[in-house]
Design a protein. Structure first.
Length: 434
């Protein structure tokens, strides 16, 4: 069946050049391990250390194996180097479709759940002396990979829960937490306190087996949120302002750490082992396609997180303008809007990004030279207003993307039940019962 991600020869070459310029042979070697059905690095036996030559030869070798493998490998190399700004810039500018994957995983999850349930149903206990059968033997051999899949799903669910609580605080508490927000009579502290309660609940007693840095992040979030809750309930204006400032700092620091951890779980997800569980080719392809699409969704999410970090920095600059305000804006606005142009739909991009760029240009001309005929001068307040419109559009779109990802992973977690059922019937030490 056709895979979701399809690159034209030209787009494939653009992507190859982006990763070849920024990545290493070791990146290619690690990425190759994560491509189901790909030959081993030693079998391909490439000797060049020049990334341009090596990447071309590697893709040619994979194309001889199966047509989709080069595309999947490029996606994996891109994922391997997604923390590099140059890679994110290159994709955002030249191939934004890569971070606009389709929504919805229901069809894939249904196919995989049915296949796993059928396996589980065939593993009922046998009468004494009856051979366990080929399916039992095969699943016993892959039991370690099965356990890794279940553990990864549990860990991802825990990380997503923490992330969602922080994101809800950011969105629902925007009128208090945004430095440029106008707090009217309707912007009650009660909404902020309710959002804080979710953060406290998810971070005060996080699940076991979280990465150590995420455990430390949860401890910081819990303490900051409980302190803020106490100050907000006190009702004193200066204490409320202090609490909001501390929460803003938390929301700038912690979500990127959680996002990086989710990205790492996705990158290390044992997709190769998961795909080998299925003997039926269409089911195996569904697992492969689901894995690649979810990786694109998480790269999209990471790009949103990077854009959001940039928006926070711009907001602080505009709230407390330094002497070199224009220089600070020039350092931050272009790359933040580059990410947003890749993520927004065309109409939102034209309205929100175009409006801010036009206003900043007018402001520059108003402070440093004559305005063109008919152009209206722009004040700092006008720049703040244009930015507030962009910020609102970005937060709304980010929330929609986050909700869609949350819905998809809620469905994905349905795989845990049949997988756990199989593990219950193919228990540790199963090799002695073949």
């Amino acid at each position: 069946m056709p895979m979701t991600l399809s690159l034209s020869p030209d787009d494939s070459e653009v992507l190859r050049k982006i990763v070849a310029e920024r990545c290493t042979p070791d990146d290619c070697k690690e990425a190759l391990k994560r491509v189901p059905g790909a030959p081993s690095w030693n079998r391909i036996a490439l000797t060049s250390v020049d990334m341009d030559v090596l990447s071309q030869q590697l893709l040619q070798k994979l194309r001889l194996e199966q047509a989709y493998l080069p595309t999947s490998l490029l996606l994996r190399i891109m994922e391997q180097a997604w923390q590099l700004e140059d890679v994110r810039f290159g994709i955002s500018e030249k191939l934004p479709s890569l971070v606009r994957p389709p929504r919805g995983v229901a069809t894939w999850v249904k196919t995989l759940t049915e296949a796993l349930t059928a396996m589980q149903d065939k593993l009922w206990p046998w009468p004494p002396g009856t051979p366990a059968g080929a399916l039992f033997a095969r699943l016993c051999k892959e039991r370690g990979e099965l356990q890794k899949v279940v553990d990864a799903l549990k860990l991802f669910a825990a990380l997503k829960s923490i992330h969602d609580a922080l994101h809800s605080l950011q969105v629902e508490g925007a009128k208090w937490l945004d430095a440029l927000a106008k707090r009217d009579g309707d912007a009650t502290v009660a909404t902020l306190i309710l959002a804080l309660s979710r953060v406290i609940k998810t971070t005060t007693a996080p699940p076991d087996k979280l990465p150590s840095d995420i455990g430390e992040s949860c401890a910081r979030c819990s303490k900051t949120s409980m302190d803020a809750d106490r100050l907000l309930r006190g009702g004193k204006a200066d204490e409320i302002a202090f609490a909001c400032a501390k929460l803003r700092q938390m929301l700038m620091r912690e979500p990127p750490l959680i996002d990086a951890a989710m990205f790492s779980v996705s990158r290390e997800f044992p997709l190769v082992g998961f795909c080998t569980l299925f003997e039926d080719a269409p089911v195996r392809e569904a697992a492969f396609d689901l894995g690649d699409t979810l990786r694109r969704r998480l790269m999209e999410h990471a790009l949103w997180q990077a854009a959001d970090q940039g928006l926070y920095e711009i907001e602080q600059v505009l709230a407390h303008p330094p002497d070199n305000l224009l220089g600070e804006l020039v350092d931050r606005v272009p790359w933040t809007t580059l990410y947003l142009e890749a993520l927004f739909d065309g109409a939102t991009s034209d309205r929100a990004i175009g409006g801010l760029n036009t206003t900043i240009r007018s402001y520059v001309l108003s402070t440093d030279g004559p305005l063109p005929a008919g152009a209206a001068p722009a004040s700092l307040e006008a720049v703040r207003a244009a930015f507030a419109e962009l910020l609102g559009a970005a937060r709304s779109a980010f929330l929609d993307a986050d909700r869609a990802l949350k819905d998809d992973f809620s469905q994905l977690l349905a795989l845990q039940q049949p997988l756990t059922g199989i593990l219950d019937r193919v228990r540790p030490g199963c090799e002695f019962f073949k």
